[in-house]
Design a protein around this ligand. Structure first.
Ligand code: MN
Ligand code: MN
Length: 459
């Protein structure tokens, strides 16, 4: 544990490394704003390092052995990386698990409508958002439209130079006397988070001429009919790249630090650690922000099923070996934590709060109302991790998510702990978590990377 601000400890080598990982991260989150985009990026990074698609390994009947490196993709929205060590059953695995979904606005299935010569996409927000934060900022549309002929049309509008962007309007201050009397959760109603997409009528149309023009453009530019939007997943996210922040450039502002500021060092730690003794596993999952549900969330059987396939390819598959492998594993649930914010100091209990520049933050437990629904990590496990981090000179801190009864939150930690493995939450402290633009410290990102790497070597 390093008690001083970790910036004070850095020499020129550290600073160079820190800037390198920060630059890579800024690119990663600027290009990967959805679970699908992150999955694609991570698969490309893994292939680059010689990882093979587990599906191809299975189909070809190829054998796996210690030293094999594979990835498995779940419905294009989640991915597992595995670098197989010497004895996956006796030693278990060192697992790093992060999520790659982030709060946003999802288009409804029947999204498009015209009202008073303006045309909109209707949305349903995804995850925990302060709805008033999603008005009057440039939004980009990311996602896919699946057509009945089996083709998939990728949508990415609002990121490239010259692209148009979209926005949700807010009532002008001049007429807001009544609106400003409302409580903050009602100032902007969920049903009013509709995205303005057009205002120009199509000549010759009598009714809904603006919508008609939008439909014409969708057809001409993307070969999409209105009905095709029924089978689409389009996410409206803040438009634009992540950026360095502060006059000292010590921070990064970006969309989706929760949880890509942990997902990125997770992936890099696995890919940068080619020669490990114990099997290294990275889980990058979807749906955490809505409760880890569904086929692509952590509660899905995908992970377990892929492990069955791996044990089979290693020639050691049995249900007993599977449960031993899982039980002998250790996990870092890599998810962000609240950074102490002096402006809202009364929501925190200072000595148990995470601070910018103090490194990787461990949350022994999350939850709320008396630690409810949290994984409460074991003291013995924390001691093991302290030893590893100290040996590798990683700055770390411990925290709770705010003061007692201020609120709470959950992660994927409790799901993996059901296998009887050791699990603890560890991640990067974030300011303005779940806001369209969140902020982290470069130093904490760098320490997370160092910490995850050390865990894979020594865990
Ligand atoms: Mn998270
Ligand atoms: Mn979250």
């Amino acid at each position: 544990m390093i008690h001083e601000n970790v910036w004070m400890t850095y020499g020129s080598n550290d600073l160079a490394e820190l800037e390198k990982i920060s630059a890579g991260y800024i690119d990663f989150i600027s290009n990967g704003k959805t679970e699908r985009e992150c999955t694609e990026l991570i698969v490309a990074m893994a292939k680059d390092k010689g990882y093979k698609d587990l599906r191809e390994v299975i189909d070809s009947g190829e054998r796996l052995a210690p030293g094999s490196k594979v990835f498995a993709v779940n419905m294009k929205k989640a991915v597992m990386l595995l670098n197989i060590g010497e004895d996956i059953i006796r030693d278990g695995m060192n697992i790093l698990g992060a999520h790659i979904d982030s709060p946003r606005l999802d288009l409804k299935q029947a999204p498009i409508y015209e009202s008073d010569e303006l045309t909109y996409f209707d949305t349903h927000y995804y995850g925990g958002v302060k709805k008033y934060q999603y008005v009057t900022l440039p939004l980009a549309l990311h996602g896919v439209v699946a057509k009945t002929d089996g083709s998939i049309i990728n949508i990415n509008i609002g990121e490239k130079e010259g692209d148009p962007v979209f926005m949700v309007t807010d009532l002008l201050i001049h007429l807001s006397r009544d609106q400003l009397q409302k409580t903050a959760d009602k100032v902007i109603e969920g049903e009013n988070l509709d995205i303005l997409i057009g205002s120009k009528p199509l000549g010759g149309e009598e009714k809904d001429a603006v919508k008609a023009n939008i439909l014409r453009l969708l057809k001409e530019n993307y070969d999409i009919e209105e009905d095709d939007l029924l089978s689409a997943e389009i996410e409206a996210v803040p438009a634009g790249r992540a950026k360095e922040a502060g006059l000292d450039r010590s921070m990064i502002i970006g969309y989706g630090h929760d949880d890509r500021s942990c997902a990125y060092p997770t992936v890099m730690a696995v890919l940068d650690n080619p020669d490990i003794k114990t099997t290294a596993c990275a889980l990058l999952v979807d749906k955490e922000e809505i409760g880890s549900v569904g086929a692509t969330g952590m509660e899905s059987h995908f992970f377990e099923d892929m492990l069955r396939e791996v044990l089979d390819r290693l020639g050691v598959y049995s249900e007993l070996n599977l449960s031993r492998c899982l039980r002998n594993s250790r996990m870092l649930s890599c998810d962000v934590s609240a950074a102490f914010d002096p402006i809202y100091a009364d929501r925190f209990e200072k000595k148990n709060s995470a601070r910018f520049g103090h490194g990787l933050v461990f949350n022994k437990y999350t939850g709320g109302r008396g630690k409810s629904e949290s994984n409460d990590a074991n003291a013995e496990y924390i001691a093991l991790l302290r030893g590893i981090l100290d040996k590798h000179n990683v700055a770390y801190q411990t925290a709770e998510l705010g003061k007692v009864d201020a609120g709470g939150g959950g992660t994927i930690a409790y799901i993996l702990s059901l296998y009887g493995m050791q699990v603890i939450d560890s991640g990067v402290p974030v300011l303005s978590m779940h806001a369209p633009w969140e902020t982290i410290s470069k130093a904490d990102l760098y320490e997370a990377y160092k910490g995850y790497k050390a865990f894979l070597i020594e865990g």
